[in-house]
Design a protein around this ligand. Sequence first.
Ligand SMILES: *Cc1c(COP(=O)(O)O)cnc(C)c1O
Length: 236
Amino acid sequence: MNSIQQNIEQITSQILSAQQKCGRAQESVQLLAVSKTKPNQAVLEAAQAGHTAFGENYVQEGVDKIAYFSEHHPELPLVWHFIGPIQSNKTRPVAESFDWVHTIDRSKIAQRLSDQRPAEMPPLQVLIQVNTSGESSKSGIEEEQVFELAELISSLPNLTLRGLMSIPANVPDHASQLYAFNQLADLKQSLSERFPQLNLDTLSMGMSGDMEAAIEAGSTMVRIGTAIFGARDYSK
Ligand SMILES: *Cc1c(COP(=O)(O)O)cnc(C)c1O
């Protein structure tokens, strides 16, 4: 089996060649290492290989990891992204621990995250999760409602809106993948035109099976778990 470091190097080179293929600048796509269900040791291995951005889906697990690393490895400049569904009764620990949230899909969640963000921390960097057409999952806001939610978020003192995120249906063909990602990219473009004062620089889209199409459509952050850390075991 490859080491975590080798896996990261391999994915990084895949990202690079996808960027080159469509003429995008180097380093315009960030790799988010999705460490959900994986032990601190796996994160440490990635971090010691120089990786800093990690994604977590489950609030308690993420909070525990963040606490572990701030206590035992304060020297590592880790940046933690919450990428799972958020319930309104779980916003406080997210607001108190994470650096980014990708999955805001309603005003109540945005409001609570801003209210609960500790004053001594920098604003929480957030993305609106959009349900682009044809998506099988129920999470994410409808495209028509994105503008209203963006307006609200931009008025909240402790959130900084950075862009959009989506999890399109898992389809194998490149053209359908590209179509869904282009929808999100177009929506971000319209949003930037409507809110020129916001610096919307982030499109969180693309996973292991659709990374190339996502990058072609303008993704700035791909979220990869299994290909870095190996298969997840949910039985534990
Ligand atoms: C789990 C997860 C990923 C990573 O999935 P892999 O198949 O392990 O690469 C990416 N994005 C989100 C939102 C996830 O929940």
